[in-house]
Design a protein. Sequence first.
Lengths: 333, 348, 580
Amino acid sequence: MMSSGSFSLRTRPVAGLALGWLLLLLIVGLLAPWLPLSPTTPDLLLVAAPPATGSGHYLGTDALGRDVLAGLVAGAQRLVLLTLPAVALATLLGTLAGAAAGFWGNQRLRLPIAAGGWVLVAAWWGLRLPGTAFLCILLGIATALTLLTWRVARHPAARRRYTCALPLDSLVLGIITLLGSVPRLLLLVALAAGPPLTTGQLLALLTLLAWPETARLVRGQMHWVRAQPFIEAAQASGLPMSRIWWRHALPHACRPLLAFGPLSLAGLVGLESSLAFLGIGQGPDVVSWGSQLASVRHDTTAWWAAVFPGLALLLTLLALQKLAVLASPATNK
Amino acid sequence: MWGWLFGRLARAAGVAWLITSLVFIVSRQLPGGPDQLVVADLSELGRPVAADQSVASQQAARLAVRRRLGLELPVFYVTHRANQWYWHGPANQYHRWAVAVLHGDLGRSYRDGQPVGALLWQALRFTLPLAASAAGLAAGLALGLGLYLARRPGSPGARLLVGLLNGLQITPLFLVALGLLLLFANPDLLNLLPAAVQTPTEDGGQLLAYWLGRAALPLVSLVLAVLPELTLPLAAALRHEATTGYATTARAKGLPLGQVLRRHALPNALLPLLTTLTDLLPALVAGTVVVEVLFAFPGSGRLLAEAAAAHDYPLVVAGVLLTALARLLGLLLADILYFLIDPRLRPS
Amino acid sequence: MNYFWLGSLLTLLVSACSAPPAKQASSPITIRWSRDPSTLDPLALPNPSAIDAANLLHMALLATDFQANKYAPALAQTLPQVRVLADSLTALDYELRQAATWDDGRPVLATDVDFTLKLLHCPGLPNEGNRAQYGFIREVRLDPVNPRRFTLVCRGRGEEIMIASGDFPILPESALDPAHTLRYLPLAKLQAWPAARPPAPAVAALVQRYRQANLAREPSHLPGCGPYRLTAWDTNHQLRFRRKAHWWADKVQSAPPVLQARPQELVFAVLPDDDATALALRRHEIDVYPQVPARIFQQLQASPKARAEFAFYSQPSYDILTAGFNTRRPILRDKRVRQALSCLFDPAGLSTATQLGQGRRTVGLLPPGSPFYNDSLSLPSLAPDRAMTLLRQAGWQRRADGHWWQPGATHPLALSVRYRTEETTFATTALQFQAAAARIGITVTLLPAESSALTTALQAGDFDVYVRLLKGSPLGFNFATFLHSSTIGNGNLTGFSTPLTDHLLLAIPAEGDARRKRLLLRRLQVVLRDEMPLLPLFYLPTRLVVNRQLQHVVPSGLKPGYALTALSWSDAATPLANSQ
């Protein structure tokens, strides 16, 4: 599998298939609103009916009487418009947070000491805490600190004295832990109490729940990258740290993502499925592949309700993995 | 190293405390609450109702519940109402809880008045062995399968295995568990589970054997659920390592590929595996609700899920505290393991 | 460790695949519970499992006779004598059975009933639900001559008062209050005790003793006069109850059904999942599976082997699948709009889709078999054309965009439906309504929610339409709890009330004459049909599957769906003839 040369569809029929499937998905997903299929109208006389051509349900119906084929199309739309963007956002957020935490750790990123004062001022104002006089004093201190550090900023040695370390690593790990330790059910009960989630909120929720894993993976890899000789060499050559991070360390730290990214798509669909399983997020009138997988829970004999979306999901996952392997620099040498 | 370890532990404890405090405060802001459940249940239970159904009597009953559970106090030292801050002093729920926890008392469950620590321990006796052996088994299998996949990429066996693992990855845990249940505990197909009609009443070997039999399918479903996530990235990392310079050199010196992978590539490729594996640590205490529900396993996942549904805050908060601690220890453990595998990764 | 697990798995596999052992009369009967009772405190009883257990451990004055679906005397000798007093008060004269004794041989006396009622009103105990439930009992008058006779003076009139007055488990005074300190505190004084005032010293001491007994987990600390005692409780796994060797009711001549307790040992297996329960039943790990969902029932019946091993029962229950309209919403204030929307539900199709066609359709809040059922009304059915006519009559117009507008309105007609998530019946109903409404141009949003969030939203009036179960009972006609104006914000979720219905709702329970009662009830059904605050779709069936070797199976539409203590293993090892 590492034998081939450059990327070309003609020499790689499997890759062509993979790309074709993803394109098909994209087209179906974007065209779904105009297709004459109704994924949410229940057929009360044919509940959990097996696939048959005569009934008009070519892939059968699920335990609520919804057409599986129409659900597949609606699910493709949701995948294209919601899940894939969520994966992309979560990967981006996770990579940046994890890479920054792994690279700078708790000590290496130093901020001017005045920044602390400004954060305090912002928090005081944002929470509308009482004591306007105290707020003014804080404001004054922060301004003074800023002016002071700005004055001495020309001497690097002095500048170092007026900075404080930002515990970036602890901050990121703390947020990850916070997101990981709140019981899902409690979170969902809290969410379900409010109005139903809009697509934007759902996107934010999925991103929020998915990024920590990516962040941890990249953080772990970044620890390893940081210890590599080429980083030391770059530092010795006097490059600014942010540039080393962005240009040299980040690409290496992202390597596990090629294998992990497609899996995180599956993870998110799984998350949607467990949201549907718990009946939270969106109602049964919003169909996704994940909620279709969950619907088999209502009737275990209706295997077709889970097998078809499962197959579609598997194909998507395999296609993405194939493309990830092709895009990986190591295998294209 | 010891100073670092101590610092990390202290910080972990602090973060865990912060998280738990946050959950403590937020959970009490949720609508509903234990007082509402007591009132709502009346009409739901199919008992003859001659009760006074007026709103006033309902309010009185709810107030009585809040008073009994100590929920009528303010939640925190300060509250924010109508753009004004109010200071309550130590007569608040958080202060009382914090003082009690520092004295080793996690509180009592709202539902049956039992100490939360005892309830959690009872459930952990089932969850801990199950989840720990699942994690161990899955890690061992992932190592073996990862090495196999890296040694023979492209062979029919490896392709089949990758397909299977991907199939498993997209299958939600409840489907895996349900599938196993319908396949192996079904008198119409294969009825492999012991037909233990009754739980043995006396302690001892019989009871242990009974629970081992009950744990077999949950164990397999947990292993299958985490296996793809552990194996696929490991195999990818091993393949990558096999193309690097040092591996080529080693091969040129005549080492067989398997040995190169095991001896030289594996330590470098192990990082992602360790990350994912230590991610599983919180599941040891939080349990996995789906598996416990399907296999009727009396573990901590079900306990905490039911507590959350019933607004049993003391139990939920104690569960969060334990989970947060486990997660932070997992993070710490991952960093220590990174260091042990590659001493260059000295923690900051 | 891994090899240890695998090894033990293999050893167990060898021992598997054995036939279920033949049952003897003393074999335990295993019953499925979907959840752990979580507390067995006789004052709390927050869920059906806890109520089942309390019925084994304790006895009440009255109990359900599942054979007749009626309340029958249990600790009481007979049903109480009802005397109407002034000021809408009712006096109920009870007499306890001569034979009734506690385990230590002391008789069950009127003072025990008095004590229990006072315990239900002690502050600081988990009895808040019961305080509201039994607040209508204002006074206990003990008979000065006969220690077993007493009179309950109750507020209100009607049959529910009589039934509900005997529904709480009686607790022994001697065990909790040996010094009789509570006897000198009248019940009314305890009920009227201000919440802010500290409790009387006697009450405080009693509450302290009660808490120390830890009855939530250790019911054996307070032996009741029921036929069973708890022998083991593994939380979230199983509970075991053993029959007392000497129970007082064994001495009662020709004991009525409520005083029979045949099983020697009862085991309740806590199995939260229905698919797993069906498999456990097939593997003979459980013998009784009550409240079977429709699809599981169908699957089990489809298997020839299961049909040979189990008996299947389906009974109409008293739970009605109901859609309700929030009459406080401006668009739903007009009854013609509510009538129009009610024409968009398809009860017949929904019964077919969700209940195997076994749902019993009804015109109102009474079951079709009832003598008070108004058969002059037609059954509600799907009629989109009629819905459009009604909407037009109510002043709505359908515009070119297909939506319905009122003159001067800024939004077209659009609604949201709230329902509980777990149940597919609700989801299917909501989807059907949504599809039918979409066809005539009404946008419907579905808002499923978890149970407690749903209750909060409904009680706050934050909904347009709800779909939920209305728990009915054959034992009374107390519709005031969810239709009367005084319960708006609590039981009355739709916010509906008219002076006429308020009058009818109060007159019906108080009416003693059957003919006049029938007229009032028929009138109520007509008015409700016209006003349409809620639409009863159909009565749900309750399904039961039991091991064929069990005899004396008494299925019932009342909770828990069968007579638990009547069951016993048949002596013949061969399966019985098909008794379906």
